[in-house]
Design a protein around this ligand. Structure first.
Ligand code: IPE
Ligand code: IPE
Ligand code: MG
Length: 255
């Protein structure tokens, strides 16, 4: 449900799908002399406002990186804090997600998450599965390489059982085995905190996404920071390996 689109933004050229690497919670806290955990807590507020703005402005899908397969290597206290934070936020927000027609899904290896979190994830997913608002994908215990390996494994199993002709495997068949199956690829990837890397996020899906890196730390990523990212996106020329449409026309006219 589109309620408004800020001035200056072209409502017809919005990215349909935005992916976000929400980074910089720890540095935000350190800069304020606070424990890292406070940064994660503040990051939840930034996520809530980003989801609301994306939904209000007419973005169809938002996919965020909440916890990577590599994040288990952090101190056990921080990992436990994050799991408990995910639980309490989910429990608190399930009703408002429903009310706001959000369809939430969790992408990643969910089997190894704590039992209570797994239950809340199932509840939120099932409750919102029929919602027709923004698709909100939360990558939790997600790793791009693991996702690709699992997809390859599933295709190999189907082939070994004689249910799939290996010569028929193409990009669409491969993508249908990914956790994002059914979702369009992100048009725009935002990474906060100035880091210029992908950190094992959506390795297949980001093939042609526009990348926007900002020095803003995730807890400070507010409406104006999102607007800035979208204005930057709208100034880009996406060529997908082809030519700029204007250049294309001028070549056509000459020949
Ligand atoms: C991102 O913030 C949140 C998660 C990875 C869970 P960080 O915790 O990575 O914050 P920095 O990068 O240490 O500042
Ligand atoms: C990426 O951030 C993962 C998430 C935002 C969940 P990290 O902070 O884990 O990435 P690196 O270690 O800087 O590459
Ligand atoms: Mg980080």
């Amino acid at each position: 449900m589109v309620t408004s689109c800020p001035q200056g933004l072209d409502p017809y050229r919005l990215p349909s799908h935005i992916a976000v690497i929400m980074d910089g919670n720890g540095r935000w806290a350190r800069a304020k002399g606070l424990p890292r955990m406070m940064g994660h807590r503040a990051g939840v507020q930034a996520l809530k406002s980003t989801l609301r703005n994306c939904s209000d402005w007419g973005i169809n899908a938002l996919t965020v990186y909440a916890f990577s397969t590599e994040n288990w290597s952090r101190p056990v206290d921080e990992v436990n804090f994050l799991m408990t934070l995910f639980e309490s936020v989910l429990e608190r927000e399930i009703d408002s997600l429903e009310r706001e027609h959000v369809r939430i899904r969790f992408l990643g290896d969910l089997e190894v998450l704590p039992g209570r979190l797994r239950d809340l994830i199932s509840e939120a997913t099932n409750k919102t599965i029929g919602n027709e608002g923004i698709h909100f994908n939360v990558c939790t215990n997600y790793g791009g390489r693991r996702e690709l390996v699992l997809a390859a494994k599933r295709l190999a199993e189907l082939s070994a059982r004689g249910e799939l002709d290996p010569s028929s495997i193409d990009e669409n068949k491969f993508a249908s085995q990914l956790l994002t199956a059914g979702e369009e690829d992100p048009d725009l990837l935002i990474r906060t905190s100035g880091e210029r890397r992908i950190s094992n996020f959506l390795l297949w899906q980001l093939a042609y996404s526009e990348i926007y890196v900002t020095d803003v730390l995730w807890p400070d990523f507010d409406e104006s920071a999102l607007l800035h990212a979208l204005l930057d996106y709208q100034a880009r020329c996406r060529r997908f390996g082809g030519l700029d449409p204007i250049e294309n026309r001028s070549i056509g006219e000459k020949t």
